[in-house]
Design a protein around this ligand. Structure first.
Ligand code: ADP
Ligand code: MG
Length: 738
């Protein structure tokens, strides 16, 4: 299965967005982020520190300043990864950063503007252009899924009942790793189709959210693309390579406020933080290299990205920064986080002929349908030969090539049916005109012919259906250089190629520059030969100064990291305290208010689900008998709320018949004040004397009230009448009070 077994580090690039209008108007301070594009360095200035304090410098695989173009980032940092995915590697790109720093802009961008299209739409173009330009012996199958993780629940964004559907579960397969059970996956045949999938998911994401920004800052969105490619190998057999691409737009990395919130809100905040802090812990454990345990199982996100972090995948992390001084702390945290991620080593390898390749299944199904069609063709030909007594001039070895053969099959089938119909029609005519036959005999023969015609039509329909099925199946597979027309002309292709070359060149140049910088520092003393003592002193003083500055930097760094550590520790302790308090409170309730036998009953029903990593209740009814017991309704209850006796049914049918009146001794309908039917023009006094509402009121006052249902004998109720009864009541109360 594995072809290339080498390890490579996670690529980390940093991008800083421009100051927005509000930040610009805040003051002349300007941005706190400076970038050295040539060296791939980010220099961060602390807006509150004195000017003498050294600035913090971080080095990454590439950096993109506010003037950078979407295209540059794609060509330099993403294109090589997508190329690997097309060659059968797993690939992941994730955008990490504080809310509002440009994660979604980087991943999706503005779709309409070709200059501002982000990583995802560019990747679509890239994948389908690659397929259209590849050789025709390659077959491709492209699938897409879209999900989000919100409050530690996985939601399928392509499910039409996204809002009401239950959360999906993660499963682990020893061969293929972690996957999401029952996740919708759409086969896409063109850029347009995959864009449609993306739009459907984006809309589903927006529908559930009252405030889109708020929602997207608290949920992770994962767009998954699987590209399967089948190609004949040197052994003559078709081999399948599967590349999986995860495009991840993470939740905002800023800490969710936990101070002052309690109960459900506290748990929510804790859950939102969970995935990101788990991601941080996984990155730390991997970057450290010494920890034997990597806590992948701590959150859904880390389990899903398990392969991308320290596993079989190539990974690019885009850390996004805001340049505003007020976000200095968050920016520094992001840079530290990204800096740690650089040290993660992955072991990517080509996925060759995996067991779960859908393309293989598709190919088998297509072959099966084709065999069925061929069989039909052969049968119809046989029949035709029998009918005509002549040999069919075309050979029937069934090996003629692809589409030509399909067209031929269809034509032959149509022709055969037409001829057969004509023949039957002729025979019918002959029977009708034959004077020697008896009327009954004629009818029988005609009936027989009719039946034969019916059979013929059914057969044709079945063939048509099969052909349609076959075509639908085949159209899902993309053949290299065939299904998609590449509209770009040669000049444009050349231009593209040149651009990629330049991107590649820039990348290499930067790598060499960075290497030189490191080597310079290490070998400086080896190269130095001093002619005089004075010169030596000068050189060494310079070096001392340099090293001293570095020492100061590291000291400051240690202090910062310690500070950060203390804050996060305090926060964790606070959360722990609050959770302990809540737990104690619940224990108190259990000890004092729940009888021990009830408690034991509940305890006995609890089981630990290792898959989900949590405790679960066993169902009260055993699983196997559950369906039979719960689903069946008693025969007498069909159509009713509860079982009903034969007697009661007759009573319903009879209406208010006196014989059946005693059935329901107690009326359980809603007992309401009987409606008043007196007309509008009655004066209040007259009502006082006659109105039943008065009578009712008095009985109510006495505290004795007959349980009777006026619904049994409905009277016509109008809204005006109830108004009258109300006014009547008021007048009546007034009169009684006097
Ligand atoms: P996030 O997804 O990280 O919360 P967004 O992608 O929504 O942030 O970006 C916030 C705003 O900043 C958007 O209006 C976006 O257009 C703008 N923006 C982000 N990055 C850039 C950039 N590199 N160039 C121009 N505008 C940007
Ligand atoms: Mg966003």
């Amino acid at each position: 299965m594995s072809k290339i077994k080498s390890s490579e580090a996670v690529k980390v690039v940093v991008r800083c967005r421009p100051l927005n209008r509000k930040e610009e108007s805040n003051g002349p301070a300007g941005g706190i982020v400076q970038m050295d594009l040539r060296l791939g360095q980010v220099i961060l200035r602390n807006p509150r520190a004195p000017a003498s304090e050294p600035q913090k410098t971080f080095t990454f695989d590439a950096v993109y300043d506010p003037n950078s173009k979407q295209r540059d980032l794609y060509d330099e940092s993403v294109r090589p990864l997508i190329d690997s995915v097309l060659a059968g590697f797993n690939g992941t790109i994730f955008a990490y950063g504080q809310t509002g720093t440009g994660k979604t802009y980087t991943m999706q961008g503005a779709w309409m503007d070709p200059e501002k299209r982000g990583v995802i739409p560019n990747a679509f173009d890239h994948i389908f252009t690659h397929i259209s330009r590849s050789q025709s012996d390659k077959q491709y199958l492209v699938r897409a899924s879209y999900l989000e993780i919100y409050r530690e629940e996985i939601r399928d964004l392509l499910d039409p009942n996204h809002g009401s559907a239950r959360a999906l579960e993660l499963r682990e397969n020893p061969d293929t790793g972690v996957y999401v059970q029952d996740l919708t996956s759409c086969v896409c045949k063109s850029i347009k189709e995959i864009e449609e999938v993306m739009n459907v998911g984006n809309q589903a994401r927006a529908v559930g959210a009252t405030d889109m920004n708020e929602h997207s800052s608290r949920s992770h969105a994962l767009f998954l693309i699987t590209v399967e490619c089948s190609q004949p190998g040197p052994d003559g057999r078709k081999h399948i390579r599967v590349g999986r691409l995860n495009l991840v737009d993470l939740a905002g990395s800023e800490r969710q406020a936990k101070t002052g919130v309690q109960g459900e809100r506290l748990k929510e905040a804790a859950k939102i933080n969970l995935s990101l802090s788990a991601l941080g812990n996984v990155i730390s454990a991997l970057a450290d290299g010494r920890s034997s345990h990597v806590p992948y199982r701590d959150s859904k996100l880390t389990r899903l990205l398990q392969d991308s972090l320290g596993g079989n995948a190539k990974t690019v992390m885009v850390a996004t920064l805001g340049p505003a001084p007020q976000h200095y702390e968050e920016t520094l945290t992001t840079l530290r986080y990204a800096n740690r991620a650089k040290n993660i080593q992955n072991q990517p390898r080509v996925n060759e002929d995996p067991k779960d390749a859908l393309l293989r299944e598709f190919q088998r199904e297509i072959a099966r349908l084709r065999a069925q069609l061929n069989h039909r063709k052969w049968r119809s030909k046989q029949k035709r030969e029998q009918m005509d007594g002549e040999t069919w001039e075309k050979d029937g070895d069934g090996e003629t090539d692809g589409e030509e053969e399909d067209v031929e099959v269809e034509k032959e089938a149509e022709e055969y049916v037409k001829l057969e119909e004509q023949r039957l029609e002729r025979e019918k005519q002959a029977i009708r005109e034959d004077g020697s036959l008896l009327a009954g005999e004629k009818q029988r023969l005609l009936g027989e012919k009719e039946r034969m015609m019916g059979d013929l039509r059914r057969e044709q329909e079945a063939t048509e259906q099969l052909t349609a099925q076959y075509k639908a199946m085949e159209s899902k597979l993309l053949v290299g250089g065939k299904n998609i027309i590449d509209h770009t002309n040669e000049q444009q292709k050349m231009l593209e190629m040149k651009r990629h070359e330049i991107a590649e060149q820039t990348r290499k140049e930067r790598e060499i520059q960075q290497q030189m910088l490191v080597q310079d520092e290490e070998t400086v003393e080896l190269r130095e030969t001093f002619t005089s003592l004075q010169q030596e002193v000068e050189a060494k003083t310079k070096k001392l100064k340099k090293l001293y500055a570095k020492l100061q930097c590291i000291k400051a760094e240690i202090q910062d990291v310690n500070g950060e550590h203390v804050t996060s520790r305090q926060e964790l302790e606070q959360t722990q305290n609050e959770l302990v308090r809540e737990l104690k409170f619940k224990y108190l309730i259990i000890e004092n208010f729940i009888p021990p036998e009830e408690k034991n009953k509940i305890m006995n029903r609890l089981t630990f689900d290792p898959e989900e990593d949590q405790w679960k209740f066993q169902p009260l009814v055993p699983a196997e008998s559950k369906s039979s017991q719960m689903k069946k309704r008693p025969a007498s209850a069909v159509g009713y709320k509860r079982p009903i006796s034969q007697y009661a049914r007759v009573a319903i049918a009879m209406g208010a018949h006196s014989r059946y009146r005693a059935e329901n001794i107690m009326f359980l309908e809603l007992d309401m004040t009987p409606p008043n039917t007196s007309s509008l023009d009655h004066s209040a006094e007259a009502e006082l004397n006659q109105s039943p509402s008065v009578d009712n009121l008095i009985t109510k006052d006495k505290g004795v009230r007959k349980s009777r249902s006026w619904c049994q004998t409905p009277k016509s109720i109008t809204s005006s009448s109830s108004n009258v009864s109300l006014t009547g009541c008021h007048t009546a109360t007034a009169a009684l009070a006097q």
